[in-house]
Design a protein around this ligand. Structure first.
Ligand SMILES: O=C(O)C1=C[C@@H](OP(=O)(O)O)[C@@H](O)[C@H](O)C1
Ligand SMILES: C=C(OP(=O)(O)O)C(=O)O
Length: 426
């Protein structure tokens, strides 16, 4: 796809589709609840459809009409054997969270991914789920396919997480719904807490105290209606675009503002970004509000520490913002980026270099020299949706027309990305 650079600006009021993490969780919890769950502003994308297809294969009736989804829950133990493999496609969230549910079922399942997911680490969930008594095996104890077989019972655990990962935390919490007592999870660092919030919304006794998360297994979850906020990770591409494109001003309406997700706002504000939040409400236990962003002169920043978990998916677009900041930006403690849909450290380093950015790859991050003037280039998404979108925004600032191959992977999380961009770019 061609992307024309030059003197462009972003102006207008936009909405981004529903949050991907919350959309996955709404299908998972709706499927194991008693009764009907109606979901509004659902993200209809390849990743969330993978989750829907898996639960449909296990006998759950799920009707999708645009962004409204109706799930007829089958209860904690009411899923059927899928009969054949469950295809998680490109979605780590689908595979890791669903494993937590499947170790508690009375039938065997095999979970497979696409080429990217089949190379992502699974030992991080295999270890705690086995500690709970689950029967789960991976290739070399590490990679998909995952084979899960029924067990007599699951036991509760106290687990100190060795990695900061919401998917691992969620797999344990979901398995603990089927365990014989109170499970306690200690997080290594703060990670997104949508599972905890939604379990509470479905009536589960779950609470946090002094860095520990406690869950008492329920006898049932009750179906309910959910409204999904706009995806902050999708909004982040437009936030950065507005900051770096001179003359820009945009408002993004009804975006999820959960503090475990919006670390990028703090970072960009420290870099000098003009960002204002307003109209904050709480919907189904999740904060939602509007974000106003104006073009700003940014300055480089040194980023390290545990809070990286609150903007891990936004590092590719943060790297783009850094290329236009005055001075040097260093991003460290981000080694988790190597285990995403692509090695996002290596890929961003190589692709931004093609545009002339002075950028150095570190083992756990990157160092970016700012004030760059970008040249147009032949860019490659590596079939990673967040790389495709980050590079598209960077290409808008280049001195000519860039070419991005394999841009279709944006359908994984944000199928309307280019439509919204084209409607609001001047
Ligand atoms: O729980 C989730 O919905 C997610 C957790 C994060 O992954 P990790 O748990 O591997 O950090 C994030 O990168 C991913 O996009 C979605
Ligand atoms: C890492 C991501 O998702 P997942 O782990 O679900 O594939 C992402 O959306 O950036």
């Amino acid at each position: 796809m061609e992307i024309i650079g030059g003197n462009r600006a972003l102006r207008g009021e936009i909405r981004v589709p529903g949050d991907k993490s919350i959309s996955h969780r709404s299908i998972i919890l709706g499927s194991i609840a008693e009764g009907r769950t109606e979901i509004y502003n659902f993200l209809n994308s390849e990743d969330t459809i993978a989750t829907i297809d898996c639960f449909r294969k296990m006998g759950v009736s799920i009707e999708v009409e645009d962004d409204k989804v109706v799930v007829e829950g089958r209860g904690l133990k009411g899923l059927n054997s899928p009969g054949s493999i469950l295809a998680c496609k490109n979605s780590g969230t689908t595979m890791r969270l669903m494993s937590g549910i499947l170790v508690g079922q009375d039938f065997s399942t095999t979970l497979v991914g696409d080429d990217s997911l089949n190379n992502r680490p699974m030992n991080r969930i295999i270890t705690p789920l086995r500690k709970m008594g689950g029967n789960i095996e991976g290739l070399d104890n590490e990679y998909p396919p995952l084979k899960i077989s029924p067990v007599q019972k699951l036991n509760s655990i106290y687990y100190e997480m060795p990695v900061a990962s919401a998917q691992v935390k969620s797999a344990i919490l979901l398995a603990s719904l089927f365990a014989d007592g109170k499970t306690i999870v200690k997080e290594k660092a703060l990670s997104r807490d949508h599972t905890e919030r939604m379990l509470k919304t479905f009536g589960v006794d779950i609470y946090k105290s002094n860095e520990l998360i406690y869950l008492n297994p329920p006898s049932e979850l009750r179906g309910r209606n959910l409204y999904i906020p706009g995806d902050f990770s999708s909004a982040s591409f437009f936030i950065v675009a507005a900051l770096i494109l001179e003359g820009s001003q945009i408002v993004i309406k009804d975006v999820g503002l959960n503090e475990t997700r919006i670390g990028l706002i703090d970072i960009l504000k420290k870099m000098g970004g003009n960002i204002e939040i307003s109209n904050v409400n709480t919907l189904n236990n999740e904060p939602v509000g509007d974000i106003l962003v104006k073009y700003s002169k940014l300055k480089g920043i040194d980023i390290k520490g545990d809070e990286i978990g609150t903007f891990i998916d936004e590092v590719p677009i943060l790297a783009v913002a850094s290329a236009f900041a005055e001075g040097i930006t260093a991003i460290r403690n981000a080694s988790e980026l190597k285990y995403k849909e692509s090695d996002r450290i290596k890929v961003m380093t190589n692709e931004m270099r093609k545009m002339g950015v002075a950028i150095e790859e570190l083992k756990d991050g990157m160092i970016i020299q700012g004030n760059s003037s970008l040249k147009s280039a032949k860019l490659e998404s590596h079939n990673d949706h967040r790389i495709a979108m980050a590079l598209s925004i960077a290409a808008l600032k280049a001195n000519g027309t860039s070419y991005l191959s394999n841009h279709e992977c944006i359908n994984i999380s944000f199928p309307t990305f280019f439509d919204i961009l084209l409607e609001n770019i001047v």
